[in-house]
Design a protein around this ligand. Structure first.
Ligand SMILES: N[C@@H](CCC(=O)N[C@@H](CS)C(=O)NCC(=O)O)C(=O)O
Length: 206
């Protein structure tokens, strides 16, 4: 009997890059062999496939995809039932670069103040608002999703980072006057799709 070989996904439950990849793979109906890793003890099989050592990594036959956005694009090429790929590429790219670049830096500074004793927390918070949360709220006031009125992969790609930001200090986040952003975040937090990819897996051992 032929055994189906599933794509292998190395993942870490709370990693926002891994969350965006898992959500899109799930949406596209792609089954994977899930390999949950510990960041401090990465399996050799993962490092052999992708020496840079970040998750997510998706292995499909000879193809190794080790950037979350590459995984998203690959998944949507396989199947895209609700047209998540139909978003202005240039606009999406601008959001992704801002999120994965400077916003991620601020997010880590805000989340781990002990690692950044020289920084003033209120300034980090304010910079994150000015760079990302306020512009996102503005966008979400004029359309239902980040780009246009149809959800796209971009919303899914950004959502895990805003979730993480909100969770650092949820009271503080809730006090922000950004109703449109909160509506968008709540919608994703409550989605069946998000819940379906957050269950726990045992750690993979080679
Ligand atoms: N550009 C990469 C970034 C992935 C990334 O930085 N993932 C983090 C976890 S959230 C990681 O694996 N870091 C390696 C480590 O902490 O050792 C992507 O989009 O996939």
């Amino acid at each position: 009997m032929m055994r189906m070989v599933l794509p292998i996904l190395y993942s870490y439950r709370r990693c926002p890059y891994a969350i965006r990849a898992r959500m899109t793979l799930q949406y596209a109906g792609i089954q994977v062999e899930h390999r949950e890793i510990e960041l401090r003890n990465k399996p050799q099989s993962m490092l052999t496939a992708s020496p840079k050592g970040t998750v997510p990594v998706l292995i499909v036959g000879d193809l190794v995809l080790d950037q979350s956005v590459e995984i998203i694009r690959w998944a949507l090429q396989q199947s895209d039932p609700d047209n998540w790929g139909e978003v202005d590429d240039v606009a999406a790219q601008i959001w992704i670069e801002r999120n994965d670049g400077p916003f991620k830096v601020l997010l880590d500074q805000y989340k781990y103040p002990n690692r950044h004793p020289n920084l003033i927390q209120d300034e980090v918070f304010g910079a994150a608002i000015a760079l990302m949360l306020k512009p996102m709220n503005d966008a979400l006031e004029s359309s239902q999703y980040l780009v246009g009125n149809q959800q796209s992969w971009l919303d899914i790609a950004i959502f895990p980072f805003i979730r993480q930001f909100s969770m650092v200090n949820i009271e503080r986040f809730n006090q922000l006057p950004f109703l449109a952003l909160k509506r968008w975040l709540t919608e994703h937090l409550h989605s069946q799709l998000f819940h379906s990819i957050m269950h726990k897996h045992p750690i993979w051992i080679d």
